[in-house]
Design a protein around this ligand. Structure first.
Ligand code: UDP
Length: 380
């Protein structure tokens, strides 16, 4: 496979990300497998990214994540400055066979604006876009810009302009799924875990109330807005409340966080994250949004932790009810399911992850889509 792909990760976090980082994690997982398949990768990101690639392109020296707090026009300004750098690079060279873009809306619009002079582009949708049709407007790009979803349900809900340009979906994966079925079984602890951004869509408030109801300890791991540690949030004082996720945490979740039964541990990374996940009795996803891809769901399976969740978004595609987890459309039933999750076979979770959610499976599928996108753009 002699393809050169410009992988556009955007300016928000370095790749791999320092802790939390959905899109950047996906790229860090995908790129090594693509390179194993012979794809040359030019990474458009920030200078501080350490992922081994063939070449790097960057405008900013470090991740701009903290700027996401700023007013919307400033956030767009940062995204546009990054994209202008990518477009300059694309105009200056002719060896890029395909752009694999991950930068929401602005990135896609800019690449579409390059029209027939731009390389074929595959844009991966990472969010639930049903409520944001205007973000994408009318996609054209001279037939050279295509999109893929990270689940079938995400595409089903996407605005029509996007669905018309879709070449299918690719489920997310995790390096933890490699040989997951052969790993030793760690000791299970007592705790439930919610791993993810603290956000109303992820439902940490429901989880916290549930923990008190069933009497199982609950660990909440993930950032609150831009704050990764409880001490950081405390030090920020009232100003932090400008962020809606901070308001959600302080008003809806924190009243249930007693430091004993329910704890917020901040962002966890590396071995600490894996240990917390592998030793959990179940991972909870009391979702209130249509989860588009669910990396944390497949990570949980790979580490042998069954998933208890509301039937939202991609969950029914990733979880086989009664085999790798338990799903319900009714939030009120989550308590019963948490108790029943004891009966699920943790080895089965790992086996399924090792078959379906490895980086190799994901990379193979992307290579197929790259070929398809190039064919549709009539590149020989
Ligand atoms: N994550 C992490 N530490 C945390 C919280 C989350 O490493 O404290 C990682 C998590 O393991 C997953 C990613 O961040 O790889 C979140 O991706 P997901 O698709 O689950 O959610 P998103 O935030 O993209 O909606």
């Amino acid at each position: 496979m002699s393809l050169t792909v410009l992988m556009n990760a955007g300016p928000w976090l370095s790749v791999p990300p320092p802790g939390y980082g959905g899109i950047e994690n996906v790229i860090a997982t995908l790129v090594p497998e693509l390179r194993r398949l012979g794809v040359r990768v030019v990474l458009a990101s920030v200078e501080s990214s350490t992922l081994p690639v063939d070449e790097k392109v960057s405008v900013f020296s470090e991740g701009q994540f903290a700027s996401l707090q700023r007013p919307y026009n400033q956030v767009c300004g940062i995204a546009q400055a990054h994209l202008a750098g990518v477009v300059r690079e694309l105009r200056a060279r002719d060896d890029i066979d395909l752009v694999h873009d991950h930068v929401e809306a602005v990135g896609l619009a800019t690449l579409a604006a390059m029209g027939p002079t731009g390389p074929p582009t595959l844009h991966t949708l990472h969010w639930d876009l049903a409520k944001h049709p205007a973000l994408y407007g009318s996609l054209d790009g001279g037939g050279r810009v295509r999109v893929n979803g990270v689940s079938a349900s995400q595409l089903d809900r996407a605005p029509r302009a996007l669905r018309e340009h879709s070449v299918g979906h690719v489920h997310l994966s995790t390096p933890l799924a490699v040989d997951a079925d052969r790993r030793s079984r760690p000791e299970k602890g007592e705790h439930l875990l919610i791993l993810g951004r603290i956000n109303p869509g992820k439902g940490q408030d429901v989880g916290a109330r549930l923990a008190h109801q069933v009497g199982f300890p609950l660990v909440l791991a993930g950032p609150v807005g831009p704050y990764h540690r409880p001490a950081e949030l405390a030090a920020a004082g009232d100003e932090a409340r400008q962020n809606p996720d901070v308001r959600f945490f302080l008003d809806e979740v924190a009243p249930h966080v007693d430091g004993d039964l329910v704890r917020w541990v901040g962002t966890v990374a590396g071995q600490e994250r894996d240990d917390l996940l592998a030793s959990a009795r179940a991972s909870l996803f009391p979702l209130r949004w249509e989860e588009p891809g669910g990396t944390a769901v497949v990570e949980s399976l790979a580490l042998g932790t069954p998933v208890v969740a509301t039937t939202r978004g991609c969950l029914p595609e990733l979880i086989e009810h009664g085999r790798t987890g338990l799903l319900t459309a009714n939030e009120e039933e989550l308590g019963e399911l948490v108790l029943a999750a004891e009966l699920l076979d943790v080895d089965e979770c790992r086996r399924v992850a090792a078959q379906r959610f490895t980086p190799a499976v994901m990379a193979q599928r992307y290579v197929e889509l790259y070929q398809r996108v190039r064919q549709l753009a009539s590149v020989p």
